[in-house]
Ligand binder design. Structure first.
Ligand code: ATP
Ligand code: MG
Length: 298
């Protein structure tokens, strides 16, 4: 199939990232015709475009992972260096956007729906030897009915060998696990998949507190301050209202030693997730999405 950038009509901007801009768009002759989708445009020469396309193709059947509709080749580099990716449109936007529009932190019930679905996505990705390496609220997207999907594989990697060095500084430093700052110090129990669990834990806690949890509010998140807080800082303090299950869930994700951190499988069986009506939790997330939509700008 020869999809071209000019085949897409851009409707509005959905978001900006390091990579480029994501538009709500429609394919003029698309199938199904005219259905809105998300068009992620890359700067020319951005190597993350090809990586993201490769991973999304590998993960085409994984649950809770955003779908790739088409790869738009660039004039210079063809499909090897895509100019854009046509993605499934996630109408609720990102969890970062939801938090912003709500203007207040989220409760445990909707957060459990986020955690459960993100864990199911991670479980499938890890089984395919894919590490995401950039989990954060802006890369978790909301569909209809409180559905959550993992997006943005620009920092992702397919591990060809078990101990592929993947501690390189890709992704967003704020959500990077301690062992990724200093892989050598941790080489004994290095588990590349555990880094995704840490990032998810930080993201979950951010939804609960309403702000990035590992630095004092207002402190500039420069690299040195982040490394210091992540590798040597105390575990962030939890509000007194937090349930015992939630505290434990978060602390199992934010275990500094990768080898002691909970695995994705263990977290799916954690009481915070498992001893809860999943459909009920998802409905409470859907209600928040609906409320945020009322408040206007997406
Ligand atoms: P960054 O490097 O900042 O993480 P990026 O350039 O890799 O970002 P994405 O994270 O893929 O780009 O997308 C940026 C934003 O665009 C998201 O946070 C989200 O708000 C919006 N967005 C991306 N994909 C979709 C989609 N499929 N449906 C709806 N919104 C989307
Ligand atoms: Mg992103």
């Amino acid at each position: 199939s020869d999809v071209r950038l000019s085949d897409f009509e851009r409707i509005s901007v959905l978001g900006h990232g390091n990579g480029g801009t994501v538009y709500k768009a429609r394919h003029r002759r698309g199938c199904p015709a005219q259905q809105p989708l998300a068009l992620k445009l890359f700067a020319s020469g951005d190597l993350s475009a090809a990586r993201e396309a490769e991973i999304l193709r590998l993960a085409a059947d994984a649950p809770h992972v955003v779908r790739l509709h088409a790869v738009v080749p660039s004039a210079a580099g063809g499909v090897e260096e895509p100019a854009a990716l046509a993605l499934e449109l996630m109408p609720g936007g990102s969890l970062a956007g939801l938090l912003r529009r709500l203007g207040r932190p989220m409760g445990e019930r909707p957060i459990a729906a986020v955690a459960r679905q993100a864990l199911l996505g991670l479980e499938a990705l890890h089984a395919l030897r894919i590490v995401h390496r950039d989990l954060k609220p802006s890369n978790l997207l909301l569909g209809a009915d409180g559905e959550v999907k993992i997006a943005d594989f620009g920092a992702g990697k397919v591990l060809r060998r078990r101990l592929d060095p993947c501690a390189s500084y890709v992704g967003t430093a704020a959500y990077m696990s301690p062992e990724r700052f200093d892989p050598e110090a941790y080489s004994g129990d290095y588990d590349p998949y555990a880094a995704d669990v840490w990032s998810l834990g930080v993201a979950i806690l951010e939804l609960y507190l309403g702000h990035f949890p590992l630095l004092p509010v207002g402190q500039r998140p420069d690299w040195a301050a982040l490394m210091c807080a992540i590798c040597f800082g105390e575990a962030p303090e939890m509000p007194a209202a937090a349930s015992e299950e939630f505290r434990d869930f978060v602390s199992r994700c934010l275990e500094k030693k990768a080898g002691r951190r909970a695995s994705v499988g263990e977290l799916l069986e954690h009481p915070f997730i498992a001893e809860r009506d999943a459909a009920d939790a998802q409905r409470s997330l859907a209600a928040l999405v609906a409320e945020a939509e009322q408040s206007g700008d997406l």
